[in-house]
Design a protein around this ligand. Structure first.
Ligand SMILES: [Zn+2]
Length: 280
């Protein structure tokens, strides 16, 4: 596995502190820099950000860790983190999906219960995708996905029809919402979560005291307890990542079996990438 980290840094700040040939410009005012995670410049950027934060500022405005695997690594994995890469808006609640917020956790806002069908503007999903999600963490899958899942006798989720609501009346859509019937996988403490790779939220500002939210962002690969796996091919983690703010909701991670990995590869499913996850 090869890990790189991408930063976006204001051009003026980058010019002041970093070599001029590091990264590439994104427009006039932003620079994109991708580095191996153990590159010396990464530590320098982390230090600069830490200095900026003491002045209530930040050096980088975006970061993302990319993990690149060999075919063999993905082939031999016992469990895989299904990372949805197709996002769309508006969210379910903006389209009329109802949530009972009264049951949500007072600390982290997790656990609001969806009380009706998922209603979305499904014309907003990019064409030819098989899995997508809103910024509120509402995951949907294509009818093709559901057919393949059922045809292969896979376990771990039922699929409920998603309703489409655009400008006109509500109507059925080609999309389904997975409702997880597998036991949630218990997230192991080996999983690193935090605000960013250099700020692991030592003050627990984004961790729920009741344990619902592990942190703002997933930093490492996922580690889950083997004893909590009921054999499901599609599972979620028990702990969530993210924050309840505006339309954002903390969301679990999706994990799949090698069997489902092969089914998705066989149908050339689109809209996700895979990372290796680990049983402990
Ligand atoms: Zn909570």
């Amino acid at each position: 596995m090869r890990q790189t980290i991408e930063f976006r840094i204001g051009e003026e700040d980058a010019r002041r502190h970093l070599p001029p040939d590091l990264g590439m410009p994104l427009g006039d005012s932003l620079r994109k820099i991708v580095l191996p995670i153990n590159d010396g410049q990464v530590q320098r950027i982390a230090q600069l950000d830490s200095d900026y934060r003491k002045k209530d500022d930040c050096f980088f405005t975006y970061w993302h860790i990319h993990r690149k695997y060999t075919e063999e690594e993905l082939e031999s994995a016992e469990l895989l983190d299904l990372v949805v890469r197709t996002y769309f808006e508006p969210t379910g609640s903006m389209c009329g999906t109802e949530y009972d917020e009264s049951v949500a956790c007072k600390h982290c806002g997790a656990g609001a219960r969806q009380t009706g069908p998922l209603i979305l503007n499904t014309t907003r999903v990019s064409k030819n995708k098989d899995i997508a999600q809103t910024i509120a963490g509402e995951v949907i899958v294509s009818s093709r996905f559901v057919a393949a899942f059922q045809e292969h006798g896979l376990r771990g989720a039922e699929f409920r029809p998603v309703l489409h609501r655009g400008r006109n009346a509500t109507r059925p859509s080609e999309w389904y919402q997975p409702v997880f019937t597998s036991k949630p996988l218990k997230l192991d403490a080996k999983t690193v979560a935090g605000n960013n790779p250099f700020d692991l939220d030592a003050r627990d500002e984004h961790r729920c005291p009741k344990g619902h939210v592990a942190g703002l962002n997933q930093i490492s690969e996922l580690y889950v307890k083997r004893a909590s796996h009921d054999g499901g091919d599609l599972c979620i983690t028990d702990k969530l990542f993210g924050v309840r703010r505006g339309e954002l909701r903390p969301e679990p991670r999706l994990l799949i079996s090698p069997k489902l990995r092969d089914v998705l590869a066989g149908m050339n499913a689109k809209g996700y990438v895979l990372e290796v996850a680990h049983f402990v």
